[in-house]
Write a protein that binds this ligand. Sequence first.
Ligand code: TRP
Ligand code: SF4
Length: 430
Amino acid sequence: MIKIDPWSSEKIDDYNKLVDEFGLSKIDKLLNKFPNPHNYHKRGIIFGHRDYEQILDSIKQNKRYVALSGFVPSGDPHLGHKMVMDQLIWHQRNGGEVFASIADMEALGARDISLKEGREIGKSYFLSLIALGLEEEDSYFYYQSREYDLRDLSFELSENVNIGKLNSIYGFDEEKNLGHLYSTIVQSGDILYPQLEKFGGPCPIVVPAGTDQDPHIRLVRDLASSMRRFRVEEDENKLLIRSKRANEDEIEGLKQKILKNNEKVEAKIFAEHLEVTGSNKETLKEIIRDFEVNRGGYGFYQPSSTYHRFMSGLKGGKMSSSVEGSYISLTEEPESAKNKVMKAKTGGRTSIEEQKQEGGKPKDCAVYELLYFHLIDEEDHIQEIHSSCKKGERLCGECKKEAAELLENFLINHQEKREKAKQKLEQYLE
Ligand code: TRP
Ligand code: SF4
């Protein structure tokens, strides 16, 4: 059975609230269906999802699916990006294809970084992805601004989004420039892009993300349905199929196709819709999707997502590049990272005596978090640190030293691999 560290379950209370508020599903109910859960799954670091079942099904049935993310090239890749990258790699190792986009259009629209500069900075994200273990096979790297089919798709998507909808999702103010607004549609484009025919057509997609990305996910899920030619509603044992643009001939054609596949079903055409009884709903949905694609439609699946917790900054609070000493970049000097850890905020007490008596508070400890999220894989070892801290048997100096060394080694190793990845990058970009 998968254990959830007490620390994570303590903190996860806030995340439970988030799950309710956002209408996400909790991932813990699915955990026993994971083939090879990652530490992020086992430790409750990934806590929520939308529609992740379809990804687990694809893994199990060996069906095509894609895991993807986009990276805004506005600074160095850091430990927060590593969390997303690790998850892309995990999915690749579990049968998925990986798409990685450099969101240079978003960097321009939202942060005023030129496209050219964005592409240059963007390379660094690719290097870390490769260094962390993403394989060339079954991966697709690109820059938004250079991907013409993506731009066509995005423009087509934009037809289905009006200002009212954008505002209700993002609450943009009057000052927002059009480039920023438009970059949200390009992100939707990123997420639907792997379902284009040139890549193999409709398939389940998963976007591993922090909860801050959920508005984008809601938008793209909405768009995926509004782009469908046929909308399928479930009603007890019936499926009601409505067509948006299709004419009568098309509805008749679909009916014939459904009957041909299974003579036992009943299919009736009503004024507004086609009603089908007595067939497996999933099979039926696939028939409809096929039919749509054969007629030049997209047949999009609604993308899935998972949500992970944010790491706190080494100074407490949010990890942020604007707080000195608060965050660790994947490209910084290992020595400097080490020093940041030695100066980090811990959950220790004000004096050694007090700590021995009362114990430390790993749940409020940035150093423990670093170990828990990134540096210690073995479950026994991390549990041991947790419990000896709480019992007052472990002092912060020991943890800091351990974390600083592990981090230093990780960075040295990662940066060596980044160097090697430079030679391979061209191949990934082909
Ligand atoms: N908006 C995302 C961010 O702020 C970046 C991004 C662009 C993205 N395209 C994407 C994320 C597609 C997930 C999927 O980091
Ligand atoms: Fe954090 Fe370790 Fe100190 Fe406990 S002993 S508060 S885990 S640094």
